[in-house]
Design a protein around this ligand. Structure first.
Ligand SMILES: [Zn+2]
Ligand SMILES: [Zn+2]
Length: 395
């Protein structure tokens, strides 16, 4: 057995305890005091001084000068009340329903494995404990606060657990080369009409009717203006307006999200959402305000050469029949690891944490999801081993 994997299994209890502590002390966004304190104290116990970075990030630097590889694990939860009956379930209204408690614990496990092997590392490993992934804000904050410099990062590797689909077998690895995750930008459109009696609609401007025309037209943009083989989507998830059945609505609001796999399509869709909405409003005598997307993230990219290089290292930890390699099968979900992957060659893999075959029917973001802790040692070993092997081959 690979020495890192063997040691990770010896540390399984410690890694699991960290996961459960972080799970029951879930925090959202940058509001992660308990989680960050746990990470810092666990690092101290390993003889490692973690450095704070940005609003709630932690960075660890191990090894010696040379090439630098970054390992990223996100650490924030979601603002949904947990509905599992786990003995360590979170009771504070927030839940690690996206498995970032796993990522934090696996990266802590990797810190220990790498610290124990530090003198043999032929370069530098930087660990990035990242807040606010769910708000698509934490990676950007850490990049702006220098996580990719001092020392300069040459390559980056990230992991996300997956559950509730046929392929997410515990401890399996899946990744796609090329575009891996879509950009994500939210928008809000406020339609201003003119309210009046519902029986005299000619005296007003019906904001709901105008908003309905805008909604249908927005959905046509990716379907009719972007080539069909370039996945993209415009989704309206909020439609609000009106106060009574016999009143023509004065205002209506649409909120939605724009997803694209290339920076060009991202820019195009953001521009067209505005143009189409403004034109329709004008045609129907309404005025509108389109609020610019705030935050958001660019599309994320798995560098094909780095994927090729990492594949044999992954297979040194995970049996070959549990490694699934895809070409251009990106997710339209967004991942703010994009702020790293647009700057340095990067790779993000999916680590199986329970498949439907194995009885794990809930997917991530469900309040009932209970990923399988059996993947924890595999994830810790994958982080440590891929970093070490990459440094050995890139001295
Ligand atoms: Zn996530
Ligand atoms: Zn998530």
């Amino acid at each position: 057995m690979n020495p890192y994997l063997k040691r990770a299994y010896e540390l399984q209890e410690e890694i699991t305890e960290n996961r459960r502590y972080i799970h029951s002390h879930a925090g959202v966004g940058f509001d992660l005091d308990d989680t960050v304190e746990r990470i810092m104290s666990q690092l101290r116990a390993m003889g490692i001084e973690g450095e704070r970075c940005g609003k709630a990030g932690v960075v660890v630097t191990l090894g010696k000068p040379g090439k630098t590889i970054l390992l990223r694990g996100d650490i924030d939860a979601l603002p949904i009340p947990e509905q599992t009956d786990l003995p360590f379930a979170s009771k504070n209204g927030c839940m690690h329903a996206c498995g970032h408690d796993f990522h934090a614990a696996m990266l802590l496990g990797a810190a220990k494995l790498l610290k124990e092997n530090e003198s043999a590392l032929p370069g530098t490993v930087k660990l990035m404990f990242q807040p606010a992934e769910e708000k698509l804000a934490g990676a950007r904050d850490m990049v702006e606060n220098g996580v990719l410099e001092n020392p300069h990062v040459d390559a980056a590797f990230a992991m996300h657990i997956g559950t509730g689909n046929p392929e997410s077998l515990v401890g399996s690895v899946k990744f796609t080369k090329g575009p891996s995750h879509a950009s994500g930008d939210s928008f809000r459109i406020i339609v201003q009409g003119k309210g009046c009696h519902g029986a005299s609609s000619y005296q007003g401007v019906d904001a709901i009717s105008v908003a309905a025309h805008i909604l249908i037209a927005l959905e046509e943009i990716p379907a009719r203006e972007v080539p069909a083989d370039q996945l993209s989507i415009v989704t309206v998830g909020v439609f609000r307006g009106g106060s009574a059945c016999n009143i023509i609505a004065d205002t209506a609001t649409l909120e939605g999200t724009i997803r694209a796999l290339s920076p060009e399509n991202r820019e195009f869709l953001i521009r067209r959402v505005r143009e189409v909405a403004e034109s329709i409003a004008k045609a129907f005598r309404a005025t509108i305000r389109v609020e610019e997307p705030t935050g958001g993230t660019p599309p994320s990219y798995n560098n094909p050469a780095l994927c090729e290089e990492m594949l044999p290292f992954i297979k040194e930890i995970v049996p070959e029949d549990r490694v699934f390699v895809r070409e251009n099968q990106p997710s339209l979900g967004s991942e703010d690891f994009a702020y790293v992957s647009t700057k340095v060659p990067s790779m993000m893999i999916n680590l199986g944490a329970g498949s439907t075959e194995e009885g794990y029917t809930y997917a991530l973001h469900s309040p009932f999801v209970t990923p399988d802790e059996g993947c924890l040692p595999v994830g810790a070993a994958l982080y440590a081993h891929c970093a070490t092997r990459w440094l050995e081959e890139n001295q």
